[in-house]
Design a protein around this ligand. Structure first.
Ligand code: ACO
Length: 321
């Protein structure tokens, strides 16, 4: 049996933290108290105007590759989950491949599932490894969400930030990923979207993120609890045996409500949203990397990663670290 095992993790946040009070100082009609009470977010990172997702992905990938004890040339698959690619094309994954100096002809592609992007990408990479053709996959979530925020819409602009996280997955006889599940329901498209496009050289429609926050909240809590149970069942593990839950870092109240629905104490839930806000596809690997590097997540422990995003799309992975 070939497993896909996490060999190394890495992450990167650009520049300095921007606090809630910094946003107030920039003229946004909000307060630290409102943001902390409703979301748990205290700060986020905003990339400089010339910094792109592939650059953030590169920094996170270097750290993950180093942690995995391999070299860029050992990577034979790259999947970048992003909704804020550098360009319409080429893909951010091929830009990352070039930056890393990988010239072995191995595949590289982007995956678009918004905040569920990393859950989709790790599940996809696992299937490449299990089928025997891929030895080492670099799976990245990278975003510059600040570019698609309407800074005049205080209901959304305070929630998001920029960043990247990466893991190297490698083929292993020792257990790694035990189960994955991904889902989508396109009927929920309108409650979270960026409904614009480039058409004959012009932006048409609305190029900014729009959200019905309360509808998103309710939907997210339900499916995040359901999909965590689903992967635990598929992996033959009871929720009591799960050491850590790493939910998408959107909002501390969604994270707490999901933990409660699953009967998991917050001691077993990794929450980093207060520091970097919602970084969409980057949020799970950012949280994973922090918990690995600070020693909370140890080899052999069972971890559930789970994400949800616009579409709606959602998914989870149960792994033995
Ligand atoms: N600062 C101060 N006041 C604000 C702000 C702000 N940043 N934003 C909105 N308000 C005001 C509104 O104008 C409104 O004022 P009013 O009562 O005078 O009209 C009031 O606060 C309440 O607004 P609501 O939108 O009803 O606030 P709600 O309690 O629903 O909280 C929030 C909004 C935090 C977005 C909540 O709905 C939520 O957590 N939703 C989950 C959405 C989420 O996390 N999305 C992330 C992306 S989705 C994903 O990643 C899966």
């Amino acid at each position: 049996m070939i497993y896909a095992r996490v060999a190394g993790t890495g992450s990167y946040l650009p520049g300095n933290p921007v606090t809630n009070d910094d946003l107030v100082a920039r003229g946004i009609e909000t307060s630290d108290e409102w943001i902390v009470e409703r979301t748990g977010i205290r700060s986020r990172y905003l990339a400089a105007p010339d910094v792109t997702s592939s650059q953030l992905a590169y920094e996170a990938s270097l750290r993950a590759i180093e942690a995995a004890g391999c070299k860029p040339g050992d990577i034979d698959l790259i999947i970048v989950a992003t909704s804020t690619p550098d360009f319409i094309f080429p893909s951010t994954a091929t830009l990352l491949q070039a930056r890393l100096g990988i010239v072995n002809g191995s595949p590289a592609f982007d995956l678009q599932a918004v905040c569920a992007g990393f859950a989709y990408a790790i599940s996809t990479a696992e299937k490449f490894i299990r089928s025997g053709g891929t030895r080492r996959a670099l799976v990245v979530g990278a975003e510059v969400f600040s570019r698609i925020l309407d800074w005049n819409d205080r209901g959304t602009c305070v929630l998001f930030g920029d960043g990247a996280g990466a893991v190297v997955l490698e083929a292993s006889e020792a257990p790694g990923i035990l189960a994955s599940a991904i889902h989508a329901d396109g009927s929920h498209n309108p409650i979270l979207c960026v409904p614009g496009q480039i058409n004959r050289g012009e932006v048409t429609g609305d190029p900014f993120l729009r959200m019905d926050g309360q509808a998103v909240f309710k939907f997210a809590v339900k499916v995040l609890a359901d999909v965590a149970r689903e992967v635990a069942d598929l992996g033959g593990v009871s929720l009591d045996e799960v050491d850590w839950l790493i939910p998408h870092q959107a909002n501390i109240r969604i994270i707490q409500a999901t933990g409660k629905r699953l009967g998991l104490s917050m001691d077993k839930v990794i929450a980093t949203v207060s520091r970097h806000g919602n970084t969409s596809a980057a949020s799970i690997p950012l949280a994973l990397d922090e918990a690995v590097r600070d020693g909370r997540i140890q080899r052999g422990q069972k971890v559930i990663l789970e994400g949800i995003g616009g579409g709606f799309a959602w998914g989870a992975t149960l792994l033995q670290f």
